[in-house]
Design a protein around this ligand. Sequence first.
Ligand SMILES: Nc1ncnc2c1ncn2[C@@H]1O[C@H](COP(=O)(O)OP(=O)(O)OP(=O)(O)O)[C@@H](O)[C@H]1O
Length: 347
Amino acid sequence: MMDISIRGVSKTFGETTALESVDLRVPSGRLATLLGASGCGKTTLLRIIAGFESADAGGVHFGEVDIAKVPVWKRRIGFVFQSYALWPHMTVAENVAYGLRLRKLPKETVAEKVAAGLEMVGLTGRDRHRPGQLSGGQQQRVALARALALEPDVLLMDEPLSNLDAKLRVEMRREIRRIQQETGITAVYVTHDQDEALEISDLVAVMNGGRIEQIGTPEDVYERPETTFVASFVGSVTLLRGRIADAGALALAGGDKVDFGRPLGAAGSDVYVALRPEDLRIVENGTAQFTGKVVRSSFQGSVRESVAELPGGELLAFEHRRPLPTGTTVGLAADRFTVIENDTGVA
Ligand SMILES: Nc1ncnc2c1ncn2[C@@H]1O[C@H](COP(=O)(O)OP(=O)(O)OP(=O)(O)O)[C@@H](O)[C@H]1O
């Protein structure tokens, strides 16, 4: 198995800076996602890792090997595309066998590897079907089996689930994670879907405008975002802007003062406090940190999410269970919050 090391990778296309000095290390056997909005450079980075595209500066190593120096046919890479890219005129088995046949492996070995691959992705018995006779999820399973058949050093996936419906996407991302863990392959996965990234990754690299804003475990980027961009791109959040007044108090831009009850940082600093809706609770008896009027509510199945307007005009989103009519005055307290000094623009 192989770790992937990306150092100082930059890339421009004409006037567009697609990547700016990107560093990322994916330890052997781990799955890293490149998470970001359309145009942030994640596909370009994946294509550079694959060697389909060359970097203007910096480079990519698999273990000790600089991939730019390895001829394309010698690179041990499995690639899964959004569009599956299966051969429509070949059967499922022939698709999976394609690369193995090119390697001139004995017929029996090819048959064994194809059977093992189809079993791994749960498609035993479908070997004679053609891709057109399979569902989107099944086609992506074939593509995955084909990518893994050659036992590559790394598995690269570019939004592999985008063409599937919501329920199947959830099922397939769990399958991909299971297979990645069973094979122990080092993987890089591109997505713009934060839930997908949080569920399947060992590491999430949140990208914005050609740069990685934060690299960390799913818990790191969700619970300890370092920038306002990461806080708002990964999950739902309220960002309250203010100046640290003293001890644990924040003077909000709208004029209110909120006591957070623990040190926020150096007095006088301008910061954001990031509050997740699920980290706020309604205070019935006791001291509330915020008092506001409910301006809207939405029912989301397991919870309701409402927005309270604070006296200074800030809007604060919070979760609760029982219905709350618009106009109700609520007291709220934050069980958890993050102080962010780094304003890189809100997603
Ligand atoms: N071959 C190319 N020629 C010119 N510009 C390109 C090329 N490839 C990418 N770009 C530009 O580089 C930037 C990054 O593109 P990239 O496809 O890597 O983003 P992305 O995050 O993968 O977006 P998406 O999710 O929409 O694919 C974009 O502004 C894009 O228009």
